[in-house]
Design a protein around this ligand. Structure first.
Ligand SMILES: Cc1cc2nc3c(=O)[nH]c(=O)nc-3n(C[C@H](O)[C@H](O)[C@H](O)COP(=O)(O)OP(=O)(O)OC[C@H]3O[C@@H](n4cnc5c(N)ncnc54)[C@H](O)[C@@H]3O)c2cc1C
Length: 401
């Protein structure tokens, strides 16, 4: 039986995140965005709401909520600003849920618990100056020396790079396989900001998600204890892809929230602004734009809900999550462009939020698999060029947890 009703817990979470973001962030977001300012004061409040460990089991310091709640929180956060949802994407989606699935008990105690409690902030470092979509092109290396690995390399375009405490980092641990671009030569590591040889910076030329921190970090012979190897040596590429299944899910749900924000702002404006003696909402071409936003919003919501339902059941969802991410981010770009159009010249000004939505939406069409990469993936599934093989570790089903 399909059930489109939210449970009491899901409804309460949705409402509390909506109200918190409207009360605490919405009144200040324009100023934070214009000042290019990431406000760390938001983090303890998100922790208080349980968001920084939303779908992490209570035994590991989380709120123990299901994966639909993770999606609902992402949608409500991005309804106000993309920068809020990005925190959830990297801290919970890409990092913490990966540790939950692939981490040792010791790693869970040392890293997952403080992250889920909101005492430490975490992110994910795959991209480098010369490699994004082509993850096998990364240059970072991890050389084993006794009971440690020495990591050297540079990561670029990393969300929260200059503010996070813990980093899930991908590097080549087999230099022969690096030469052959064989991904079974890559490994995943937990790196702490405090490790010697680690340095980071903020990207200052970025033109979207301005209330969020995006940066780079460098590892200059950083010594990482062998206990911080995530999974087995050689499983790094699989872990990086696994993490994207969770990150993309939050991006999909977040983009859905952005479409809704564009829709609501457009409906509001179309009823206030008059042209040719009538509200602009009376003009059929404006109605068309608003109707498209509604259809995109509803379709996006159904797609991420389906992915969340699969996650709750513990079923593989790489294909469905990818489709949700691709569809909703492309749709959010359309919605944001049309929202600016409906606002006319006012949409071209930061006095109204739609210009910020327009700048913010584009990132998600690029990160966690570009539009083109997702298009190719979906075609490859259909053509039989791509199938998902089982991974050694799965995201724990919520229903059986
Ligand atoms: C705001 C922001 C935050 C980010 N946060 C993180 C983060 O936290 N952690 C992290 O690791 N990374 C992060 N990234 C990086 C992001 O994941 C990469 O930018 C993304 O993977 C694309 O890589 P690229 O920029 O190197 O583009 P490229 O891979 O160089 O691609 C350039 C263009 O070529 C196209 N292209 C490439 N290959 C193909 C192909 N085979 N077929 C067709 N077209 C192709 C792409 O679609 C794109 O249009 C972030 C990026 C942004 C913008």
């Amino acid at each position: 039986m399909l059930d489109f009703d939210l449970t009491e817990e899901q409804r309460l979470l949705e409402q509390s995140v909506h109200e918190w973001a409207a009360r605490e962030v919405a009144p200040r977001i324009r100023e934070l965005d214009r000042a290019h300012k990431f406000d760390p004061g938001i983090l303890p409040q998100m922790a208080e709401l349980g968001l920084l460990g939303v779908s992490v089991p209570t035994e590991y310091g989380g709120a123990g909520m299901d994966y639909i709640c993770l999606g609902l929180a992402s949608e409500e956060l991005e309804y106000v600003d993309t920068s809020l949802r990005v925190i959830l994407s990297v801290h919970v989606g890409l990092n913490s849920l990966t540790l939950l699935s692939w981490g040792t008990e010791d790693q869970k105690q040392r890293y997952l618990v403080p992250q889920a409690q909101g005492k430490k902030l975490a992110t994910y470092g795959l991209t480098e100056p010369s490699a994004g979509s082509d993850a096998r092109g990364i240059q970072t290396v991890a050389i084993k020396k006794g009971d440690r690995y020495e990591l050297t390399g540079e990561k670029m375009w990393i969300s929260l790079a200059d503010v996070a405490d813990n980093f899930l980092v991908f590097a080549w641990s087999d230099l022969e396989k690096k030469k052959q671009r064989d991904p079974s030569g890559m490994s995943a590591f937990i790196v702490e900001r405090g490790f010697k040889g680690f340095s980071s910076g903020t990207l200052t030329e970025k033109w979207g998600i301005l209330a969020g921190n995006t940066g780079h970090f460098k590892m200059d012979g950083v010594e990482v204890p062998a206990e911080n190897l995530v999974g087995k040596e050689g499983e790094g590429f699989k872990i990086a892809m696994f993490a994207l299944d969770q990150g993309r899910y939050t991006v999909a749900a977040g983009a859905t929230g952005l479409i809704r924000a564009c829709r609501d702002a457009s409906v509001n404006y179309a009823k206030q602004r008059k042209a040719f003696g009538v509200e602009i909402g009376s003009h059929q071409l404006v109605k068309e734009l608003i109707a498209q936003m509604e259809s995109d919003y509803q379709a996006s919501r159904l797609l991420w809900h389906r992915a969340g339902w699969l996650k709750n059941a513990g079923r593989r969802n790489t294909r469905e999550t990818g489709l949700a991410k691709w569809f909703s981010t492309v749709a959010s770009e359309r919605a944001a462009g049309d929202a600016v159009q409906i606002h006319g010249a006012n949409g071209y000004s930061d006095e109204y939020p739609v210009g910020r939505f327009y700048r913010n939406c584009k990132g998600a069409v690029i990160y966690e698999g570009t539009r083109e990469i997702h298009k190719i993936m979906q075609a490859d599934y259909l053509l039989g060029y791509r199938t998902d093989r089982p991974t050694r570790c799965d995201l724990p089903a919520w229903e059986t947890r």
